[in-house]
Design a protein around this ligand. Structure first.
Ligand code: KPL
Length: 303
């Protein structure tokens, strides 16, 4: 299957490497230094997976082929511009799957993909960007896929190569609920790791941090219910705890962004919960505070 990864950072590169190792024709669209390293030495994966794979890597969508599956892993605030700049990759039969964090990505993908070809994804696989050409597979996690319009054929077309790659996709008929559930998990884990500099698992070891994690998740669940989202029928605080355990060694994507002096996805995670809460008169003091602190950190570090 011909696959293009739009935004091959930590997660996109890991997924691309696993797909390439399974024999698929993979092209990564990534930043210049990463592209150079991958084309020169291959893409190295360490940690739970050890491999050197050889996907094609390019810096610009205009140099990539029209794929069967376009995997979107750019940061949430880049989704619209990245997809606009990649219109040449959207053939009539190209399935477009988002594996991103935050709210709003699937809706953007739906607005650009051909009718019925957008597929939602939610994954908690832990990935760390080590250096150009090298990512770490740093935590086990789930991968849920679903079509917002009930197009089972599009979901199967995406799930098949992911299955070959060992990513064990689960098909869901409630992809919006799963995207929200992932946001609940991220609201608990990501800002706290970004603020403290701790890896995910350490949040479970300090009772006060764990208490904040729990409250951030609970507020997110309240907002989801208030906006009418049907969440998966399980305790999402427990799910967040389990994700932190399974990715204990991983630095969350938000901590990686802070460490690299980059803008974070706080607006699409905690900020989105706070704002949606405001519009439904649901109080979210913990998510508001975490949003404010991460935005303050962003001001001190972005260059
Ligand atoms: O999604 C993640 C992220 O870091 O953004 C988790 C699942 C928390 C893994 O670190």
């Amino acid at each position: 299957v011909k696959i293009v990864i739009l935004g091959a950072g930590a997660l996109g590169s890991l997924v691309g490497a696993l797909l390439a190792r399974a024999g698929h024709d993979v092209t990564l669209i990534a930043r210049h230094a990463h592209v150079e390293a991958v084309n020169r030495d291959g893409l190295r994966v360490s940690g739970l997976t050890e491999a050197v794979t050889h996907p094609r890597a390019v810096t610009d969508a205009s140099s990539a082929p029209v794929p069967d599956v376009l995997v979107v892993t750019v940061k949430a605030y880049e989704t619209l511009p990245a997809l606009k700049g990649a219109r040449n990759l959207l053939g009539p039969a190209t399935r477009v799957v988002t594996l991103q964090n935050g709210l709003g990505n699937l809706e953007i993908v739906e607005s650009v993909a051909a009718e019925g070809q957008a597929v939602g994804g939610a994954t908690t696989i832990g990935a760390t960007f080590m250096e150009a050409g090298h990512v770490r597979h740093a935590g086990h996690g789930y991968l849920k896929l679903g079509s917002p319009t009930g197009n089972a054929e599009a979901v199967d077309a995406v799930a098949a190569p992911f299955r070959d790659a060992g990513l064990d996709p689960e098909v869901t008929d409630n992809i919006h609920g799963e995207v929200w559930a992932k946001v609940v998990v991220n609201a608990g884990i990501n800002p706290l790791t970004a603020i403290t500099g701790l890896p995910n698992g350490a949040l479970l070891e300090t009772p006060a941090l764990f208490e904040v994690l729990v409250r951030a998740c609970e507020e997110a669940v309240d907002v989801a219910k208030a906006v009418g989202v049907q969440l998966p029928d399980e305790d999402l605080v427990l799910r967040a705890r389990r994700v932190a355990e399974l990715t204990a060694e991983n630095k969350s994507s938000m901590l990686q962004d802070v460490e690299r002096g980059r803008r974070t996805e706080i607006d699409a995670i905690s900020g989105a919960i706070w704002q949606r809460g405001l519009s439904r008169a649901v109080d979210t003091p913990v998510n508001m505070t975490l949003t404010a602190l991460v935005k303050g950190i962003e001001r001190t570090i972005t260059r």
